[in-house]
Design a protein around this ligand. Structure first.
Ligand code: URA
Length: 269
């Protein structure tokens, strides 16, 4: 196969690689580069050829080519498996184009407790399940300390875990409002179908989206509030995100208090 000569200097090549890493292309997933954003992806294109094509179509599609929200697709789903299938087939969200795979949910669908995080990170993008990386390992240890687990079979000790956003934003950037609005109906339908007794929000963003409040995390964490989902008021407890706790280990004592608050509520009902 004829290879096109690359006339980049080593300095330019290093800058281009840094740019790709910042955009979230930080994992080699195949021998051949595939530009998934090009209309007709050409297998065998040089890796760095993706550079010029990447950001522009994503932004253009967000603004122009798709109907914004997705309530009807989500509402049509009658089970969590159908939501996963609908998300898999859902091409309107630009994040899907840059993500490796869908990251929808993990844990026991019968669980009393639903955890809602923010968005998949690198490990979740690769494995396709929420909280699969270091923050997930910390989360699992925190849950175990109050007798909960994503692998438990009985609903009393189990948790179900999902996120506000179902595909990794490139370079872990903040999702746009349009991207969030596209994912939100699927999260709301997930809550309707999973019917948790309580929701625990990991981080302030899902807490804001599900409660309509805009208070800061330090005001909201550890205090019960409610999410009104289709006329049902579900107790919701915001707590600190495990990734924040990895960066600020001294704050783990606050998270521990929140976990005890959760444990008490579960024991009382
Ligand atoms: N952070 C989140 O909010 N969710 C994940 O799934 C992983 C990291």
């Amino acid at each position: 196969m004829e290879t096109k000569r690359n006339d980049m200097t080593p300095h330019e090549a290093a800058a281009a690689l840094r740019w790709l890493a910042e955009m979230g292309a930080d994992e080699i997933i195949g021998e051949e580069a595939v530009n998934r954003l090009a209309a007709a992806a050409s297998a065998g294109a040089p890796v760095l050829a993706a550079k010029a094509a990447m950001p522009a179509p994503v932004v253009a599609e967000t603004r122009h080519s798709h109907a914004p929200a997705t309530p009807s697709q989500a509402a049509a789903c009658g089970s969590l498996a159908e939501i996963a299938a609908a998300l898999d087939a859902f091409d309107a969200c630009p994040l899907k184009k840059t993500a490796t795979r869908l990251c929808y949910a993990d844990g026991n669908p019968a669980a009393r407790v639903m955890l809602v995080g923010e968005a998949p990170d690198r490990d979740e993008d690769i494995q396709g399940k929420p909280f699969a990386g270091r923050s997930g390992q910390l989360l699992d240890r925190m849950l175990a300390a109050i007798g909960l687990s994503r692998t438990a079979d009985d609903r009393e000790n189990a948790v179900f875990i999902t996120n506000l956003i179902f595909w990794r934003p490139p370079g872990n950037r903040t999702p746009t409002e349009a991207e969030t609005q596209m994912c939100l109906p699927f999260l709301l339908r997930t809550i309707e179908l999973q019917k948790p007794d309580v929701i625990v929000c990991l981080g302030v963003t899902p807490a804001h989206r599900l409660t309509g409040r805009s208070d800061g995390m330090l005001k909201m964490r550890g205090r019960w509030t409610t999410a009104n989902i289709s006329g049902r008021n579900i107790p919701l407890l915001p707590t600190l995100h495990p990734a924040f706790l990895l960066r600020q280990p001294a704050q783990k004592r606050l998270a521990w208090r929140d976990l005890l608050t959760l444990r008490q509520a579960l024991d009382a009902h």
